[in-house]
Structures are given as structure tokens and as C-alpha cells.
Design a protein around this ligand. Structure first.
Ligand SMILES: C[S@@+](CC[C@H](N)C(=O)[O-])C[C@H]1O[C@@H](n2cnc3c(N)ncnc32)[C@H](O)[C@@H]1O
Length: 317
């Protein structure tokens, strides 16, 4: 099985996690298993739990683990939004108390982007699925959203999750096409976008369909909701001194992580207008990346997909 994905900022992530021999780690976004394998090789008899929603990622990792004869990796096909249940179902309290860190590498892998059966890329003609989970319900596909949501709802999705300036025009174009026939493929969607977006934007730095595809993917997979849920879960699971590391690829994700880290690094989160603290909030994180970490020029040159990556790391107090 070929599953292409080059791990992004691998060295920086490993350093950020500050791996300790004998500790356990959780990779919530297994993907091509780049981080999982590297962590497993550097923690002695500690264990790594690798989670992914994509059955192909799990299968690929199983093959790699078998070939490399590494024994300290446990794989689970699940949504990371269920992190605390997954951990409690699979491990005893001693394992949990011994967690050294949790890592997220958000978004999708190169293998998923290139997979013709998924519809993640506007450069490949494919059915509009865009779900990380091949076993998801029927109404959890981009095709379902496009053909069943109203023009207003679609415009909101493109604005909220894509920050797309032509959201309303694109939603109108989709609505008009739906009156003729349903939208089923990526290239059909790209054609609609190109028809309604002014020509001068067709040759801008990014492809005119980029933001709509991002918005649909975020919406199909409830990405931002799940991320906030799992950050809260992670904080509850992590023992004092352990690390939380997140690699994000667009501003919506990064903003959410930044705000979460900032809020959890504060002792009081009352509005500034309150004369005295009423919230009793206590800081639970120490931010270790005051300046976010980004890939080096060499990495971007050898792996252009890494160019928008941002790494944030915090330590549980
Ligand atoms: C960028 S890739 C990870 C690459 C990995 N770090 C590596 O080194 O190969 C992101 C992975 O996260 C998975 N994923 C995204 N959202 C998820 C979720 N809510 N639960 C579990 N896995 C998820 C995707 O299926 C994808 O395989």
C-alpha cells in the first residue's frame, strides 16, 4: 500500500514534546504515522497511542509497524473528539498518569489530498465526499451539504470557514446549478466557482476554489468544534509537566489554538470591566512557544505543503 505523506516539522515537534523514556504519548492525528513512529523509537518502554478517523491511515500504519518490528504502538480508528473515552476504555489509571504529551497535526494528509475517491482536492476530478472517515453517515459529505443546504446556509459556511470574499456569489451560482442538476464532482464545483469569481482573481496566488474547498471540508468534518472539544479533553488528561503540541495549517485553526492556550495560561478570565475576579479560573498551561514555530526555508523548499504550518506548544502546570 502506498500512503504518501512527509511529516511536517518532525524535529521541531519531537523537541516540543520533550520526549521522556518510559512515558506514554498520544498522537491524535496518526496520518502517515511519521510522528508516531519517531516518538515510539525514542521513549524506551513507553507507549504511543495513534488515533485516526481514516481506515487507510490505520492500515498503512499497521503495515509500517509490522515492517519496522516496533512493539510499543497501539492504534485506534476513531474520532479524536472522543479522546477521553478512547483513553479510559483502553488504559488503566497508571497509564494515564504516565502520559508525557499529546500531539495534533491538523487537517489532512497528502495521501488523502491525492486520493481520487475522496474529493478533497480541486485539482483532481472526484466525487465530492471530503470526509476523513470512510464509514461516515451519508449526510456527512460535501455533496450532501452542497445539494441540500440553502443558498444562505452555504454562503455562511463559505464565509465562516473559508473567509471567502465571494461567498454569496458562489452560493448563488451553486443554487442556480442545482435548479438544473445536482452537483456531484469536484470539477463541477470548480467550474461554478470560476464562472462567478471575477477573472482577475483566477490568477491570484491561490486557486479561486481553495477557500470553498477548505470551508466544505471543515464543515463536513466539524473540524473546529471537534478541535475545541479535544483541546479541553487533552487538558483534563494531561498530568502536570506533560506537553500539548498542535500543528495547524490555516488561520481559523491557529486562532482557536492560540486563544485556547492564552485563556488556559491565565489565572483570571473575567471581563476587564469587573472590579474583582469572580471566575476563580486557574492557569493550567504554560505557553512554551511565545513565538510560534514555522518550518525552515529548506523544509518549505523540499516539502511545499509545509509552508503554512504553525506549531504551538504548551506545558501542563
Ligand atoms: C496532517 S495528517 C497527520 C500526518 C502525521 N502527523 C504524519 O506525520 O504522518 C492529519 C490526519 O488527521 C486525521 N484526522 C483529522 N481529523 C481527525 C479527527 N477528528 N479524528 C481523528 N483523526 C483525524 C486525518 O484523517 C489525517 O490522517
Amino acid at each position: 500500500m502506498t500512503y504518501n505523506h512527509i511529516p511536517v516539522m518532525l524535529e521541531e515537534v519531537i523537541q516540543g514534546l520533550n520526549l521522556q523514556k518510559g512515558k506514554n504519548y498520544i498522537d491524535c492525528t496518526l496520518g502517515g504515522a511519521g510522528y508516531t513512529l519517531k516518538i515510539a523509537q525514542n521513549i524506551g518502554d513507553g507507549k504511543v497511542l495513534g488515533i485516526d478517523l481514516d481506515t487507510k491511515a490505520i492500515k498503512n500504519a499497521e503495515e509500517k509497524i509490522k515492517k519496522s518490528k516496533i512493539k510499543n504502538i497501539i492504534l485506534t480508528h476513531d474520532n479524536f473528539k472522543n479522546l477521553s473515552q478512547i483513553v479510559k476504555k483502553n488504559f488503566k489509571q497508571e497509564w494515564i498518569k504516565n502520559i508525557g504529551g499529546i500531539i495534533f497535526d491538523l487537517g489532512l494528509s497528502s495521501a488523502q489530498l491525492e486520493d481520487r475517491s475522496r474529493g478533497f482536492s480541486f485539482l483532481v476530478d472526484a466525487a465530492l465526499i471530503m470526509n476523513f472517515n470512510q464509514e461516515a453517515e451519508e449526510n456527512k459529505t460535501a455533496d450532501y451539504i452542497l445539494n441540500n443546504y440553502s443558498e444562505k446556509e452555504l454562503a455562511e459556511i463559505f464565509e465562516k470557514y473559508g473567509e471567502e470574499r465571494f461567498a454569496k456569489r458562489i452560493a448563488r451560482g451553486i443554487e442556480e446549478q442545482k435548479q438544473i442538476s445536482p452537483i456531484k464532482t469536484t470539477f463541477q464545483l470548480v467550474e461554478i466557482i470560476k464562472k462567478v469569481v471575477p477573472k482577475k482573481f483566477h490568477y491570484a496566488k491561490i486557486h479561486p476554489a481553495t477557500k470553498v474547498f477548505q470551508a466544505l471540508r471543515i464543515s463536513v468534518n466539524d473540524e473546529l468544534t471537534n478541535l475545541l472539544l479535544v483541546l479541553k479533553d487533552s487538558l483534563a488528561l494531561l498530568p502536570s509537566g506533560s506537553r500539548l503540541a498542535v500543528v495547524s495549517f490555516h488561520s481559523l485553526e491557529d486562532r482557536l489554538v492560540k486563544n485556547f492556550f492564552r485563556q488556559e495560561a491565565k489565572d483570571c478570565i473575567c471581563p476587564p470591566s469587573y472590579p474583582a475576579c469572580r471566575c476563580q479560573h486557574k492557569a493550567r498551561l504554560k505557553i512554551l512557544t511565545k513565538k510560534i514555530i514555522q518550518p525552515t526555508e529548506q523544509e518549505v523548499e523540499s516539502n511545499p505543503r509545509s509552508r503554512s504550518a504553525k506549531l504551538r506548544v504548551a506545558e501542563k502546570i
